[in-house]
Design a protein around this ligand. Structure first.
Ligand code: PMP
Length: 352
């Protein structure tokens, strides 16, 4: 090993799902939305004046922040935007998790949390979900340096009630509790109303799933004014120009088109419910999902074999060879047609 390597910040990076080049693959592996972005977004891209790219973008993304504030009924000073919710959560880890006490999150959850904790040298503890993949709220009623979990959780899809979450937030008034609502628009109830009661709550959402904009990279946080101003201080100390000017405009259009948002999220919910019934008929079991994916295990056939067989048939789902979840596949909800093809492929794999 070279001497300079002693001073390198070494981390095991997050491993994103595969992004195959082949367009003929049925891609149900990274929870993207199967429907295109709203018409307003497409119009912006068609009519964009490239000359404006000479200029730096608005560093505070003011118009996008205002559009989000309008949509969610909060003051613009309560909104922080970033390059996908990954960027927002990473900034929030840097800003709020600075205690010597460990931050806590579930043992089965978004696998980026421990990576950020490592890269920022934040101690952390994982609290085991119960056998039904539910959070045991008592695990979170203890001394800690901060809390984060998604609701609905990933990759399980399990949604926890606001009552349970409120108990955790109210007990932990001395630390920041972050609720990652990446999948909240697929049937769950957001924690946003709790912001009126708790100043230690930070809610993070994304345009990647329910607004069909994973490729544009927009995420945002909602919290009280003071929290957001601390976040902005850190952001402006790392990179002032995070969201590029085209993306800021796209984001505004996506937020404004409420009817398209409702139409597409409802369509995904309906397809998900139909898929649940079809998977059950084939002998799959799964925790109930309120997200745009289903985390399923088969009563007989090992998940890894199903994952590989599907891949051979050009259908990609996600599989993790990790304790407790290595007999599950996570299936993103696609279009009805894609899900029909999935069920057909599963029938041939399981029944022959
Ligand atoms: N949180 C959770 C729970 C996720 O599953 C994802 C998607 N990988 C993200 C955050 C990040 O999404 P994005 O950066 O695209 O907003």
């Amino acid at each position: 090993m070279k001497n300079w390597e002693n001073n390198v910040r070494r981390v095991s990076p997050y491993v994103p799902g595969e992004q195959p080049k082949d367009k003929n693959i049925i891609k149900l592996n990274t929870n993207e939305n199967p429907y295109p972005p709203s018409k307003g977004v497409i119009k912006i891209l068609k009519e964009y004046n490239a000359d404006s790219l000479r200029l730096y973008p608005d560093p505070s993304s003011e118009e996008l922040v205002n559009a989000l504030a309008d949509r969610y009924g909060v003051d613009p000073s309560q909104i922080f935007v970033g390059v996908g919710s990954d960027d927002v959560i990473s900034m929030a880890f840097m800003t709020f998790f600075n205690s010597d006490k460990p931050i806590i999150f579930p043992d089965i959850t978004y696998s980026f949390y421990d990576v950020w904790a490592d890269v920022y040298n934040i101690p952390f503890e994982r609290k085991p979900l119960d056998n039904n993949f539910r959070i045991n709220e008592k695990d979170y009623l203890c001394e800690n340096g901060g809390i984060i979990f998604p609701n609905p959780n990933a990759p399980t899809g399990v949604y926890e009630s606001l009552d349970k979450i409120e108990k955790i937030i109210s007990y932990n008034s001395d630390v920041i509790v972050m609720i990652d609502e990446a999948y909240i628009d697929f049937g769950g109830e957001s924690c946003i109303p709790l912001l009126k009661k708790y100043d230690n709550l930070l809610i993070v959402q994304t345009f990647s799933k329910s607004r069909s904009l994973a490729g544009a990279r927009i995420g945002f946080a909602i919290g009280n004014k003071k929290l957001i101003s601390y976040l902005n201080d850190v952001k402006f100390s790392v990179n002032s120009y995070t969201i590029n000017s085209i993306t800021q405009q796209i984001g505004i259009e996506a937020v404004k088109d409420e009817s398209y948002f409702k139409e597409t999220t409802n369509r995904i919910i309906e397809t998900r419910e139909r898929t649940k019934a079809n998977l059950k008929k084939l002998g799959f079991i799964f925790p109930d999902s309120k997200s745009n994916f289903i985390f399923a295990s088969h009563k007989e056939k090992p998940a890894k074999a199903i994952y590989e067989e599907l891949k051979k048939r050009r259908i990609y789902v996600r599989y993790w060879d990790k304790p407790r979840i290595n007999n599950f596949i996570r299936i993103t909800i696609g279009t009805d047609k894609e899900m029909e093809k999935l069920i057909y492929a599963l029938e041939s794999i399981l029944i022959g």
